[in-house]
Design a protein around this ligand. Structure first.
Ligand code: S3P
Length: 172
């Protein structure tokens, strides 16, 4: 039986991949990590794609992958934080999936990505970059119908449970 996708969106460091892993275990649907798949297909890291080909090229690869994944079902999809920049991405995912936005305040995001060097948009003063980017993208994340604020939550388990309740309202 084919089931609708679960699509996790949200800013960097909101826990999309971690929560996605739990959802994948609980639903038995495979986890598709968009960034990891883009890296695998390009044969280079996200950092290398941004540095060698530029952000517009990355957004093009991301857009193509949304179209591909949205045409399939029964997957848990962990997206990149910039997916909301193109409203067509959200519209496409909503046709075949439950789209849930994970929110987090700047302090929580900073705590989670402090030692990370894989995110090209956070190069430099991380705190300033996070504050600026969150500010400009906030309306885009908040426009998504279903959202969960994960600020200060040390564990991804309650977040995954909330999503399961949205996905399978009749489950025990
Ligand atoms: C980006 C978020 C990253 C990755 C790329 C750009 C963004 O994904 O797609 O570095 O624009 O917010 P994560 O949200 O998984 O960090």
């Amino acid at each position: 039986m084919s089931k609708q996708n679960i699509v996790l969106v949200g800013f960097m460091g909101t826990g999309k991949t971690t929560v996605g892993r739990l959802l994948s275990e609980q639903t038995g649907m495979p986890l598709v990590d968009m960034d990891a798949l883009i890296e695998e297909r390009a044969g280079k890291t996200i950092n290398e794609i941004f540095a060698e080909d530029g952000e517009p090229h990355f957004r093009k690869l991301e857009r193509e992958m949304v179209q591909e994944l949205a045409s399939q079902n029964s997957q848990v999809i962990s997206t990149g934080g910039g997916i909301v920049l193109n409203p067509d991405n959200i519209a496409d995912f909503e046709k075949t999936g439950l789209v849930v936005c994970l929110l987090a305040d700047a302090e929580t995001v900073l705590d989670r990505v402090r030692h990370d060097s894989t995110r090209p948009l956070l190069v430099g003063d991380k705190e300033t970059r996070i504050t600026e980017l969150l500010e400009t993208r906030k309306p885009l994340y908040e426009a998504i119908t279903h959202s969960i604020d994960t600020s200060g939550r040390p564990s991804p388990i309650p977040t995954a449970q909330e999503i399961i309740r949205l996905y399978e309202p009749n489950s025990p």
